[in-house]
Design a protein around this ligand. Structure first.
Ligand SMILES: *[C@@H]1O[C@H](CO)[C@@H](O)[C@H](O)[C@H]1NC(C)=O
Ligand SMILES: *[C@@H]1O[C@H](CO)[C@@H](O)[C@H](O)[C@H]1NC(C)=O
Ligand SMILES: *[C@@H]1O[C@H](CO)[C@@H](O)[C@H](O)[C@H]1NC(C)=O
Length: 366
């Protein structure tokens, strides 16, 4: 992220770049001390990496979405990636007639595995064109991927080792404007809260919940207990809880969803997490901002710990110290995910084929 880039930016985005630069300067000493947090990597990815190569950088990368995920389309008028996300030289398209000129063609997994969409295997694939497999689901919900061996050149998913990483949320360093320290949320009336719609007693998370609720009170919301929350009420409700059970529906490497990023962090409750390994969480989440179920010998111990921390104002507020330096950015926009391809495009390997996509997707959490 050099100064050369900054000078090229349009006036309209000068403020944004200045903020980026400022945050870079502010966070640098912190990073040198603590190692580069992953939120920061994500931030640098937004910058035009293409400009390192002036010949390549003058050309647009054309990303063709073969069909919209879940059938919901969005307008792609104008220079979407630049206007909305500050990503230059990126053309998004959803017209199949663009196939022969597309650098990347993107296929969302759900429609493929359900057979509602097909790969255009009978069209001659232009030299150098990459096919991208895209999914935001946990491995178990991706279906049988054996049929897609040897078709894809890149992956777009929440995994840190994907070619294009599209997490549900990430950290951004706070610029000066945000240094106003948010107070630790007060007005807590429940120790532990859980929002659950799809309860299955055989789920690991249900077992942990059951055991936990035998040790400490757990307030349960959602369709399962017929206490559904509107999306507006969700965060307000969670803000009255000391702890929030951010339990993922299944275990997958780096599979960390809005349960952590939105419900817990934005709701102002300390997340108790269960899903991938502690290391996966540590790689993306702020230090001392969450409690992993695996940290305890037993669920009973976890319950006791939560009770102790809630009774100790100082210890509890330490779980919010990260908010001085970081803010959470949620990612929910397919357009943004597609634009991100362009920021990664020039660092993709010359040649890559996912010869066993099934195995790659099911790689275990480390
Ligand atoms: C690149 O793509 C953008 C967005 O579609 C478009 O506005 C622009 O004219 C294109 N530039 C070139 C050189 O093709
Ligand atoms: C359930 O939890 C146990 C103990 O933590 C673990 O060994 C097991 O792999 C988990 N099973 C699933 C399906 O997550
Ligand atoms: C993409 O995958 C196809 C099919 O396996 C392969 O023929 C092609 O060489 C790959 N292209 C790149 C750029 O890796």
């Amino acid at each position: 992220m050099g100064c050369a880039n900054t000078t090229k930016l349009k006036l309209s985005s000068m403020k944004r770049s200045l903020l980026l630069l400022l945050s870079f300067l502010c966070v640098l000493p912190l990073c040198l001390l603590n190692g580069w947090p992953r939120g920061f990597q994500a931030l640098t990815a937004i910058n035009p990496s293409a400009s390192t190569n002036p010949i390549r950088s003058s050309k647009n990368v054309t990303v063709l979405l073969w069909y919209w995920p879940f059938g919901r389309s969005f307008r792609l008028r104008g220079d979407v990636c630049w206007d909305l996300f500050g990503i230059p030289r990126c053309r998004l398209a959803d017209k199949r007639s663009m196939f022969s000129s597309a650098d990347v063609v993107v296929f969302h997994n759900r429609e493929l595995v359900e057979g509602r969409q097909k790969l255009p295997v009978d069209l001659p694939r232009p030299q150098g064109q990459r096919w991208a497999w895209m999914s935001l689901e946990a491995p178990v919900y991706n279906g049988n991927l054996r049929q897609f061996a040897n078709h894809f050149n890149m992956t777009i998913t929440f995994r840190r080792d994907a070619d294009v990483t599209v997490p549900y949320g990430e950290l951004l360093p706070k610029a000066d404007e945000g240094k106003l320290v948010e107070d630790v949320p007060q007005d807590k009336s429940s120790l532990v809260c859980w929002v659950i719609s799809n309860y299955k007693s055989q789920h690991n998370r249900s077992k942990v919940y059951k055991e936990l609720s035998e040790t400490v009170p757990v307030k349960v919301y959602g369709r399962w207990t017929k206490r559904p929350l509107t999306s507006r009420a969700l965060l307000a409700t969670i803000s009255h809880c000391y702890f929030y059970l951010a339990f993922e529906n299944s275990v997958g490497k780096d599979y960390i969803t809005e349960k952590l990023w939105r419900n817990a962090y934005q709701g102002g409750a300390v997340p108790v997490v269960m899903g991938p390994s502690r290391d996966d969480y540590k790689a993306v989440a702020p230090p001392n901002s969450f409690i992993h179920v695996d940290e305890f010998k037993s669920v009973k111990d976890l319950g006791k710990y939560l009770q102790q921390v809630a009774e100790d104002n100082k210890r509890y507020s330490e779980y919010f110290t990260w908010k001085h330096e970081w803010k959470v950015k949620l990612s929910t926009d397919w357009k943004e995910r597609l634009c991100k391809i362009c920021s990664q495009y020039h660092s993709l390997p010359q040649h890559k084929v996912y010869s066993d996509l099934e195995a790659w997707v099911n790689a275990s959490s480390t």
